[in-house]
Write a protein that binds this ligand. Structure first.
Ligand code: SER
Length: 319
């Protein structure tokens, strides 16, 4: 049987890159991109795209049956910063999006489901350094609470109904193609765009706020690796810790200065500072490395030079 993949949230920061990577592996016409927003030009030109609202259960189920979908990647979510502005709505959207895909996976032939969790599942009572896979989890943000509940539901659907649920706790993801929206780790993307455009960045976190981070290319290849892993290798059906590197705004600014010597940064922390402080500074991802060979290829230096180069190219093309 062919692998037919549905990506929900294909116009977002992760989706816009994941779709292209999946199309390379499985063929353009086997990867269906969907979102409530228009996609990138690359996605629109290379294969199928449809507007699909994951909150509409009947439409979702219909889509899965009609296109013989065998695997789903559900990336739709309201991120941490935005969720704090609309708590009940964010809870409703994040949970209903997940429950609809779990139910649709159970009812249709699409038994394999990827859903991202996040470092936001941890909270102020969690050990902050080298946070273990299994530890205290008392998140105090709406986003974190929804991700923790989602992990529990994913594991439940796996054990109870045999849905092949797979998940990682993404750290902050750094990319240049599509910008994130409303997250706490977004500073680590914004800083590069502002450095190239203005030579200055005003950061909404304090200079010494370390957070786990990963370059998008590593995040995508690990996500696909987890989905391709033999089910027998997976000792966990909740969500795997995953974080390549950790740094704070001051360290990142110093890396940027190696390429743009005049770059300056100032700090004006906002409400996201408290969110960042409740999250781990670094993550122990040894269980993912052991079970399915998770790996990272970008350190802070390679990440910085790649981001600056790609953003320059992008802005030159636009000009
Ligand atoms: N990058 C996300 C956020 O900041 C964390 O999963 O909301």
């Amino acid at each position: 049987m062919d692998t037919n993949i549905l990506v929900i949230g294909s116009s977002g920061q992760i989706g816009s890159e994941l779709v292209m990577a999946l199309r390379k592996i499985y063929g353009n016409n086997h990867v269906f991109a969907t979102d409530i927003k228009q996609p990138t030009e690359e996605i629109r030109k290379s294969g199928p795209f449809q507007i699909l609202d994951v909150l509409d259960f009947n439409n979702l189920l219909h889509f899965l049956v009609r296109f013989n979908i065998t695997e789903i990647y559900n990336l739709a979510a309201v991120l941490s910063g935005n969720a704090e502005k609309i708590p009940l709505q964010a809870w409703d959207i994040n949970m209903r999006a997940l429950m609809n895909t779990l139910e649709a996976a159970r009812e249709s032939g699409a038994k394999k489901l990827f859903w991202p969790s996040s470092i936001a599942v941890f909270g102020p009572t969690t050990p902050r350094r080298n946070t273990p896979q299994t530890t205290i989890m008392e998140p105090n943000t709406v986003y974190g609470i929804s991700k923790l509940a989602g992990e529990r539901w994913g594991e439940y659907y796996n054990k109870r109904y045999g849905v092949d649920f797979r998940s990682v706790r993404y750290p902050g993801l750094i990319s240049y193609k599509t910008e994130p929206g409303g997250g706490t780790t977004d500073y680590a993307v914004e800083i590069f765009f502002e450095a190239v455009k203005k030579g200055h960045y005003q950061c909404f976190l304090k200079e010494n706020t370390a957070l786990p981070m990963m370059f998008m290319e590593d995040a995508i290849s690990n996500t696909i690796k987890l989905m391709q892993a033999d089910a027998k290798q997976l000792s966990l059906r909740s969500s795997y810790n995953m974080a390549g590197i950790s740094f704070d705004p001051k360290q990142l600014a110093a890396e940027i200065r190696k390429h743009i010597p005049g770059f300056t940064i100032s700090f004006k922390p906002d409400f996201r500072q408290a969110i960042a402080e409740s999250w781990p500074a670094s993550i122990d991802d040894s269980v993912a490395r052991r079970d399915w060979n998770m790996e990272t290829t970008y350190d802070i230096g390679k990440l910085t030079s790649t981001m600056l180069e790609k953003i320059r190219e992008k802005l030159e093309k636009k000009a």
